[in-house]
Design a protein around this ligand. Structure first.
Ligand SMILES: [Zn+2]
Ligand SMILES: [Zn+2]
Length: 320
């Protein structure tokens, strides 16, 4: 089994701390170094020193996905150590340093019927940290199924999208260990983020369909320990998978129930019914959750969307 050390790195985000992982087998590898704050730099440095290494000795930086709580310090560790940064190619454009989260999604947000004043609230509630940046020249891109050799073992790269289009997990097959990033978390159902499809940006990414397929995929695997992107490690991950599947089933039923009661509704109206008290950026996350379930329901023929004056209205498929 490859030696995995968890370093709990503080973040300024509501999610709480993020887990960075140090693998003390050559090449020395650091997964998801954390957000770009002074406090995170300090904690990361101390965590690495505690395992008898220096950040300058890191030989590989791996990112599970582009979110700044995981990726913010990748470039810094690269600059200290010269280590290349490994990630999925879909995540690279989001690490350009000027990626605009809201404008990238604006057509879908408008289509969902989000009023302008709510868009303004989401836009105003922006990340105070610098936008994550990784210099493209230092990047090595990884695809599903690739093997990453270590002294004494290897990792298989798993592309498990849904929370982010290029989300990766790393699997030590011999040790039965999975580093799951935000794909599988002990107490949170990861948000199936509303995004353009990286292969066809005019289309919405089928985030939840992809995510549910990923859950089936890891359910069929034989994993003895999961090290997640937030929280404690999990010895028995199957109940977490089952709870997540259950959550998505219930959410689908809840949305079809609301549509049956109310006739037609937009994704935004539905998100307001499910989450009446959301503030700022959380309005976007609530919308994301609803839109992802509507997309799954539509692909299964349970609801139908119809565009009127640029806004999509959903109704249950049985209704005229
Ligand atoms: Zn994330
Ligand atoms: Zn996260």
């Amino acid at each position: 089994m490859l030696p995995v050390h968890r370093i709990v790195v503080p973040t300024p985000y509501p999610v709480g701390p993020v887990n960075a992982y140090l693998i003390t087998a050559r090449p020395y590898t650091l997964v998801d170094p954390g957000p770009d704050t002074e406090q995170a730099r300090e904690v990361l440095r101390e965590g690495v020193v505690r395992q008898g290494l220096q950040l300058e000795q890191i030989e590989r930086v791996m990112l599970t996905h582009y979110h700044s709580d995981h990726s913010g310090l990748a470039q810094w560790v690269h600059e200290l150590s010269g280590a290349p940064v490994y990630l999925h190619p879909y995540e690279l454009p989001k690490l350009s340093g000027n990626y605009d989260f809201v404008s990238d999604r604006l057509p879908f947000v408008l289509e969902a019927g989000v009023p302008e004043e709510v868009i303004r609230l989401v836009t105003a509630d922006r990340d105070r940290l610098p936008k994550p940046f990784v210099c493209g020249e230092n990047v090595v891109t990884l695809l599903d199924g690739e093997e990453l050799p270590f002294e004494g073992g290897s990792w298989q790269v798993l592309h498990l999208p849904g929370h982010a289009p290029g989300h990766l997990c790393f699997y030590d097959r011999q040790g039965g260990v999975l580093l799951s990033g935000d794909f599988l978390l002990p107490h949170i159902t990861p948000n199936p983020m509303l995004e353009p499809d990286p292969e066809n940006p005019l289309r919405r990414n089928p985030s939840l369909t992809q995510y549910l397929a990923g859950l089936e995929r890891i359910k069929a695997m034989d994993i003895e320990r999961v090290w997640p992107g937030h929280g404690e490690s999990m010895a028995d991950y199957r109940p977490v998978v089952a709870a997540s599947q259950q959550h998505h089933r219930e959410r689908c039923d809840e949305l079809t129930g609301l549509l049956r009661q109310n006739g037609e509704m937009t994704a935004f109206q539905l998100s307001r019914r499910l989450y009446p008290d959301l503030k700022g950026f959380n309005n976007f996350l609530g919308l994301s959750e609803v839109q992802a379930h509507l997309d799954v329901l539509e692909s299964r023929g349970r609801v139908r969307g119809q565009k009127k004056a640029g806004v999509v209205y959903y109704r249950t498929a049985g209704d005229a």
